[in-house]
Design a protein around this ligand. Structure first.
Ligand code: NAD
Length: 370
């Protein structure tokens, strides 16, 4: 079972190939991009321990050799130190512009290595081999790369499109249930922002996807990637429509900052909670029916996902502090909170016209329910 979505950006078009077992064919798929039969691969230790040998074998089948750098897993890796480490390592390996760098891992590796490729020799080509559900449906597609700094998430980076994305859905079998569900938060986001039928399909098929339904997973990844590709083609650098992909993210980024970007709250978990809150806010503003936030929450709960602030362990700051953290988000324009809200399931829109007191009240109520 093989699906291909083409991201038809003029001059920078590339394929996202989706299906089980792609790693075995990685050599054949990457060979046409290579100036010499050698690649550099950057991965995290967890992914490398599980799957690097298969990638090596897939490349060797076409006579391609590889050298690999392994970084510690986790969001903390997406920082200046590792950006320097990656670029220096690539320069030591004498990577040139005719070469291809491979980002082999989840969204952390994809964002970091993509950024290193963007700035190395003013831009070398890179291939994304996303290994987490989140990276297969979202971060590997669309060319946003970057790192976190002490000031917040993703504040330093570049738009740099990959030359190819290979989403091997068999790799999802080794994800922990928590990592799978975190990625599923982004899948749900696509249904909520632009495709009510997809959301209904997920309500029916979500539990089977979590149990490991391979064909269903290919369908879910393909539909998500297609939606992302369509939006990115319309608005590559987020002047308009691309901001729709940030549904749930204003809340999410504040919660990630409040919980220290660590194990307490994974990015995809924050997105799921953020989506539920964005629908709640939309209902309170009279934009969407009151049933919609209930339906969103019901599906997330049925999947065993974090849904409310009450599901986050440990202390959280007060509503004022959370609002301040939202203000740090780069989705702020002229000091106004920039939100993605919804007129209903599958019908999101971007606005910067949200009264601060409504957001404050929503946060206070959510904190009070903890
Ligand atoms: P991640 O890369 O930290 O991966 C999550 C965990 O899963 C890690 O511990 C990793 O080692 C493990 N893992 C990955 N693949 C595995 C596999 N096949 N088997 C077993 N374990 C595996 O995080 P993520 O959730 O993939 O991505 C989150 C990051 O993506 C965040 O930094 C976020 O900002 C970024 N992101 C970027 C974009 C974009 O457009 N560039 C979009 C969404 C999210």
């Amino acid at each position: 079972m093989r699906e291909t979505v083409n991201v038809a950006l003029p001059g920078r078009a590339y394929d996202v190939v989706i299906g089980p077992g792609l790693l075995h064919e990685a050599g054949a798929m990457i060979a046409p991009l290579l100036g010499r039969p050698h690649v550099t691969v950057i991965s995290d230790e967890t992914v490398a321990g599980l799957h690097l040998d298969s990638l090596r074998a897939g490349l060797a089948a076409q006579g391609i050799t590889m050298e690999a750098l392994q970084l510690p897993p986790g969001e903390g890796t997406k920082n200046w130190d590792n950006l320097i480490r990656c670029t220096e390592w690539l320069l030591t390996r004498k990577v040139e512009r005719r070469d291809v760098v491979i980002a082999f891992g989840g969204g952390v590796i994809g964002d970091l290595v993509g950024f290193a490729a963007a700035i190395l020799r003013r831009g070398v080509r890179f291939v994304q081999i996303p290994t987490s559900l989140l990276s297969q449906v979202d971060s590997s597609v669309g060319g946003k790369t970057g790192i976190n700094t002490g000031h917040g998430k993703n504040l330093v980076g570049a738009f740099h499109q990959p030359a190819l994305v290979l989403a091997d859905t068999a790799l999802l079998d080794t994800l922990t249930p928590r990592d799978f569900l975190a990625g599923y938060g982004e899948v749900v986001k696509y249904g909520l922002l632009g495709d009510a039928d997809f959301f209904s399909w997920l309500e029916a098929q979500g539990p089977a996807l979590a149990r490991g339904d391979g064909a269903g997973r290919v369908t879910a990844v393909r539909r998500s990637v297609q939606m992302k590709a369509d939006i990115v083609i319309r608005d590559e650098t987020e002047q308009g429509d691309r901001a729709l992909l940030n549904l749930g993210h204003t809340f999410c980024h504040a919660l990630e900052a409040a919980t220290g970007y660590g194990n307490r709250l994974m990015h995809g978990e924050g997105v799921a909670i953020g989506c539920a809150m964005a629908f709640e806010l939309s209902a309170r503003l009279g934009l969407c029916p009151q049933e919609d936030p209930s339906r969103v929450r019901a599906h997330l709960k049925a999947m065993g996902m974090k849904t409310d602030l009450a599901d986050i362990d440990g202390e959280l700051p007060g509503a004022d502090a959370l609002l301040d953290l939202m203000g740090q988000d780069k989705k702020v324009k002229d000091g106004k909170l920039h939100f993605v809200l919804a007129r209903g399931i599958g019908d999101a829109f971007v606005t910067s016209d949200v009264p601060r007191d409504k957001v404050f009240a929503l946060l206070q109520d959510a904190l009070a329910a903890r």
